[in-house]
Design a protein around this ligand. Structure first.
Ligand code: 13P
Length: 252
């Protein structure tokens, strides 16, 4: 089966309204109907509605819009939170869930990540669900154990596994300039796909897009994206520069 690659830009907590809308315009200008990968951008919450308007006004531009997180309940007394229906309401198509920064800094456990993925699916958003090991875990030889545990938590008993996108982001490669060797990343992606096969069957496993994230740049993207089980990239720093990001899109 051929899987359409997906290149997603995670803008993290970097750009305000003006910078986000300008960057969205610059990215969209480089995308057209012939662009091979699906392209998604993830601005801060406060810029989502404005970026959605920019994308809507550009006819023929099909750039997806992702939030960087969501709450697991749709509504209620949850001060400060944003839910799947609200994200859909402002025009989001995707949402990043379980990013390692959320897990490490904001207490997102495997169980919370699972509930957030369910909430995204209920809200008709495509979750981009992240897994990845820390440097300590890698050095202790625990990479697969950690990654597959995180995957099991996300995908077990999920009502529709086929609608998720997975992202393998080794924590030690995020924002460090230390990219995983393409072959090492491929091994982890292959193991992830095999586990999806066990959990959800052949068809789901073959259709599942598994992105790599962690110091993806224009000059290393092609090597990573040429691996058979690497179906795209979740890009942080390099997604803040339209020409770098579009070069990664072109490499897919
Ligand atoms: P960098 O590309 O800056 O390493 O960030 C990766 C990431 O965390 C994307 O979600």
């Amino acid at each position: 089966m051929t899987r359409r690659p997906l290149i997603a830009g995670n803008w993290k907590l970097q750009n305000g309204l003006d910078a986000s809308t300008s960057l969205a315009r610059a990215v969209a200008a480089g995308i057209d109907a012939s662009t091979k990968p699906e392209v998604v951008i993830a601005p801060v919450f406060t810029a989502l509605a404005s970026v959605a308007t920019v994308l809507r006004e550009l006819e023929g531009k099909t750039v997806g819009l992702a939030a960087q997180d969501l709450h697991w309940e749709d509504k209620g007394a949850f001060t400060g939170e944003v839910s799947a229906p609200l994200l859909t309401d402002v025009g989001c198509t995707h949402v990043i869930v379980g990013h390692s920064e959320r897990r490490q800094l904001f207490g997102d456990t495997d169980e919370r990540v699972r509930r957030k993925v369910e909430a995204a699916l209920r809200g008709v958003l495509t979750p981009i669900a992240c897994v990845g090991e820390t440097l300590e875990e890698r050095e202790a030889g625990l990479t697969l154990e950690v990654v597959l545990r995180q995957l099991d938590a996300i995908a077990t008993n999920l009502h529709d596994v086929s609608r998720i996108v997975l992202a393998y982001e080794p924590v030690w490669a995020i924002g460090t300039g230390r990219v995983a060797k393409a072959e090492d990343a491929q091994d982890v992606h292959h193991a992830i796909r095999n586990r999806v096969r066990e959990l959800a069957g052949d068809a789901v496993a073959e259709g599942m897009r598994i992105l790599y994230g962690g110091s993806v740049k224009a000059d290393n993207a092609a090597g990573l994206l040429s691996q058979p089980d690497i179906d795209g990239a979740l890009v942080g720093g390099a997604s803040l520069d339209a020409s770098q990001f579009l070069a990664i899109v072109a490499a897919a």
